[in-house]
Design a binder for this molecule. Structure first.
Ligand code: ADP
Ligand code: MG
Length: 365
């Protein structure tokens, strides 16, 4: 972490040493390891004109305080739909949750009272989307929007709310925050707007942040800065963090564990370094070799042939079988369960699971 208690180069109204002391949301850090979210065997489908699209087919994952989970997969693998189910933003046709539980601090969001649910969604669990511009109101200043939480829910005066907005903007390292608090969203760069979205999420003092492709629209240098900021805030407050991405390179430095999704299922889970070193699923191995090569400009080594399946017609057996370079007869008929991955001596590798019949050959071969 960079040591920047005093933002350098800011010109926002001269020195305010006391303000530096009170930056950020006034909350205590969570106790690391406290279980926050547990998604258990979640199923989501969409009723479409062409049939039922099985977008999420038995996803389970969990995040505790101080932990970062990256959910990785190609476009259409069900990453966002899972997050939308958690946030309750597909509680209407055509999307429907057909099975599963979504536990927040041990309570099932799907069965609790709507009042209790509202206290969690959007408050205890905050979400950051890819497109900040469409999440912010274009005709209100960012300071006004950031201050809403304090005015509406905490009864702060306009002046107090504005102060808190400036603090939040400083906390997410927006230069010249005090001068810029009255600016409108379009006056900020994409990276700065994403920082505003992060500040907005922080204003709720959430236990958990779900960030869905938060840097996909940004250029590479800015991506890294926004990721670093998220990681820094997460470490400071010991929030849980879920990073949804199609690009492992963006999250590798800031995540603890990874869940790889394919066709609405988790096909592999592993601590990030182990996933890199020794993938236990051919799909993961393909994703790893398709990371753009910085040393060979323009070379995007894409090792996986073909495209993900239509969720209206998921292949029998293993959904990845039409694209797999190790496919066997068994893979065409028998869906592989997500099973523990063992090392050569038969010992359990903590956090490691694979949904490949041939995980052993993949891991060791
Ligand atoms: P990603 O992993 O890229 O975030 P999504 O979770 O957004 O993928 O979507 C997974 C699949 O769910 C899509 O490919 C699509 O088939 C289906 N889906 C998502 N939203 C809808 C919708 N509103 N109506 C019908 N199908 C949808
Ligand atoms: Mg998505």
């Amino acid at each position: 972490m960079s040591d920047t208690t005093k933002p350098s180069g800011t010109t926002d109204g001269g020195p305010r040493p006391d303000a530096v002391e009170v930056l950020g949301p006034r909350r205590e850090a969570l106790v690391p390891g406290t279980p926050l979210l547990e998604v258990d065997d979640l199923h989501v489908e969409f009723v479409t004109r062409d049939g039922i699209a099985k977008a999420v087919n038995g996803v389970s994952y969990s995040v505790s305080a101080g932990e970062t989970l990256a959910v990785l997969g190609e476009s259409g693998s069900g990453k966002s739909v899972t997050a939308q189910a958690i946030m309750g933003i597909l509680d209407m046709p055509p999307g429907r949750i057909t099975a599963g539980r979504i536990l927040f601090r041990g309570q099932d969001l799907l069965t609790m009272s709507s009042k209790a649910r509202r206290a969690v969604r959007g408050r205890k669990i905050a979400m950051i989307f890819q497109d900040a511009l469409s999440s912010l109101n274009p005709v209100l200043s960012v300071g006004y929007q950031l201050g809403e939480m304090f005015r509406v829910h905490q009864g702060a005066s306009r002046k107090e709310a504005r102060e808190r907005s400036v603090e939040l903007m400083e906390r997410v390292r927006i230069p010249a925050a005090r001068q810029r608090v009255n600016d409108f969203p379009h006056q900020f760069s994409g990276g700065m707007r994403q920082r505003i979205m992060i500040a907005m999420a922080l204003s709720m003092e959430p236990d958990l942040i779900i960030a869905d492709e938060p840097t996909t629209a940004l250029d590479v240098t800015v991506q890294a800065q926004v990721m670093d900021l998220l990681a820094e805030l997460q470490a400071e407050f010991q929030m849980g963090l879920i990073l949804i991405t199609h690009d492992l390179g963006v999250v590798a430095d800031v995540t603890d564990k990874i869940a790889v999704m394919y066709a609405g299922r988790i096909v592999e889970t592993a601590p990030v370094h182990e996933l890199y070193a020794r993938p236990a699923h051919p799909y993961t191995r393909g994703l790893l070799t398709s990371i753009p090569r910085l040393d060979q400009k323009g070379q995007n080594l894409y090792a996986i042939q073909g495209l993900p399946p239509s969720l209206l017609r998921i292949p029998a057996g293993c959904a990845f079988n039409p694209r797999c370079d190790r496919v066997q007869d068994r893979c065409l008929v028998e869906p592989p369960p997500l099973v523990p991955v063992l090392d050569a001596d038969g010992a359990d590798l903590p956090g490691r699971r694979s949904a490949c019949h041939f995980w052993k050959e993949t891991l060791h071969g």
